[in-house]
Design a protein around this ligand. Sequence first.
Ligand SMILES: Nc1ncnc2c1ncn2[C@@H]1O[C@H](COP(=O)(O)OP(=O)(O)OP(=O)(O)O)[C@@H](O)[C@H]1O
Ligand SMILES: [Mg+2]
Ligand SMILES: [Zn+2]
Length: 454
Amino acid sequence: MAKSTTAFTCTACGASHKKWAGRCDACGAWNTIVEEAPLSQGPGRGLGAHKGRAVPLSSLQTTEAPPPRHLAGMDELDRVLGGGLVPGSAVLVGGDPGIGKSTLLLQGAAAFARRGLQAVYISGEEASAQVRMRAQRLGLADAPVRLGSETNLRDILTTLDNERPDLAIIDSVQTLWSDQVEAAPGSVAQVRAAAHELVTFAKRKGVAIFLVGHVTKEGQIAGPRVVEHMVDTVIYFEGERGHQFRILRSVKNRFGPADEIGVFEMTGSGLAEVANPSALFLSERGQPVPGSAVFAGIEGTRPVLTEVQALVAPSTLASPRRTVVGLDSGRVSTILAVLEARCGIPFAGLDVFLNVAGGMRVNEPAADLAIAGALLSAREDSALPPDAVLFGEISLSGALRPVAQAENRLKEAQKLGFSQAILPDSQKVEGAGGMGTRRIADLTGFVGEVFGAG
Ligand SMILES: Nc1ncnc2c1ncn2[C@@H]1O[C@H](COP(=O)(O)OP(=O)(O)OP(=O)(O)O)[C@@H](O)[C@H]1O
Ligand SMILES: [Mg+2]
Ligand SMILES: [Zn+2]
C-alpha cells in the first residue's frame, strides 16, 4: 500500500531526489530542491498477476476528418498555436512574472469569444474586479468572456463541467489547490495534480484549456517545466526588461511545428501584433558601424532578420569578460575558439560583449557566421558591407556548413532592402531572386574576403 516517506523534489524540473542538495543535478538549478510528500503509489506495485482489464485495440486507419481549428484572428497567436486552437487541447503558457501572460490570454480569450466561441477566464491570482479593470483598459469590456475568480480545483472543474465552454483560461496553475493532495498550493505535487486533472478534463470533454505558469527561479513554487510533458502545446512568453517587444515562442506542439514565434509590442492599451518583426528588429540600425552584422534567420516557418552587435575592448581583468545577451554563450565561446585556433585571431586580453538588438533571442546555429562577422568587425574596427546579410553554421574545423531554408532567408533580406548575402560555399540555393551571393568555404576565407587579411 501507499508508503508515506518524505522525498525531495526539484521545483524547477520536477526531478525527485533521495536527499536535499543545494543544486539539482538533473537540471542544474540552485536552491530549487524542497521536501515534499510523494504522491501515494497506490496498489499499483507488483503487477505480476496482471489483474487488469484488456484495453480494446484498433487500427491506425481513420475516416474521421481532423477537427476544425479555431482561429482567434490574432495572426501572431494563431501561428504559434500551430494554425489555430485545436478543440480539447491543453496549452501551457509560461513566462516570467509581469511579462504580460494575463494580458495576452485575456486578449486571446476575447478574440476567440468575439468569433463565437464560449470562453471562460478563471483567475486565481487576481480578483474579478481587477481583471475587469484590465479588460476595460484593453478595450475588451464588451467581449463575451465569462469571468470567475477561484483557486479550488474541484470547484473549477465543476464550473467548467456545467458551462462546457469551448475554451477555458486558468491563470495560474500555481495558485490551484486540490483537497486530494496534502501539499501547499504551488508545490510540485499540487501543480502536477491540478494540471493532470485539467488536461484529462480537456481531452474528455473537448474543452481547450490554457494553463498559465510562472517561471520561477528558485524557491518553493513549482515552475512550468514540471507540467510540460502533460500538455499538448508549450509556449513561452519572453521579453527583455526595458524592451517593449514580447516574443511568444512554441517549444513543444503536438499539433503543429514547434519553434514558431509570434511578436508583440506591449503598449498601454495591450499587446499589439507586430506583423513584420524584421523591420522592427532592424529599425534601431543607423549608419554602418563596426561590430554590427545582420543575420538572416528563420524562426519556425518565418524568416526574421536580426542585428548581432559586438563590442571588443582591451581588458584590465585577468580573465576578460564574455557578456552575451540573446545568444547561446556556449556557441559564442566555440566561435571565439575557432577564430583563434583556425584563423590565428586571438581574443585573449579582450573583453567581448555580444547581443541581439531589440531583445530578441536567437538559437539557430545558422547565426554562427553573423556572430563571427560581428566579432571580427568589432575587433578589426571595420564595418561589414551595410547591404549584406549573413548566415551559415561554423564547424570546429572552421569550415562553413549549409543551413536550411536559404531561399526564404534571401527573400526576406531582399524585401528589407539588402542586396547581398554572405553564405557557405556548399549552400544550395534555388533561385537567389536577384540577391548577390558571396560564397565562402571557411572562416579563414571569410576573414580574407571581407576584411582583406588572411
Ligand atoms: N496601465 C498600463 N499601461 C501600460 N502597460 C501596462 C499597464 N498596466 C500593465 N502594463 C503592462 O503589463 C504588464 C503586466 O501584464 P500582465 O499582468 O498581463 O503580466 P503577467 O505576466 O500576467 O504578470 P503576473 O506575473 O503578475 O501575473 C506590465 O509589466 C506592463 O508592461
Ligand atoms: Mg498574470
Ligand atoms: Zn531540477
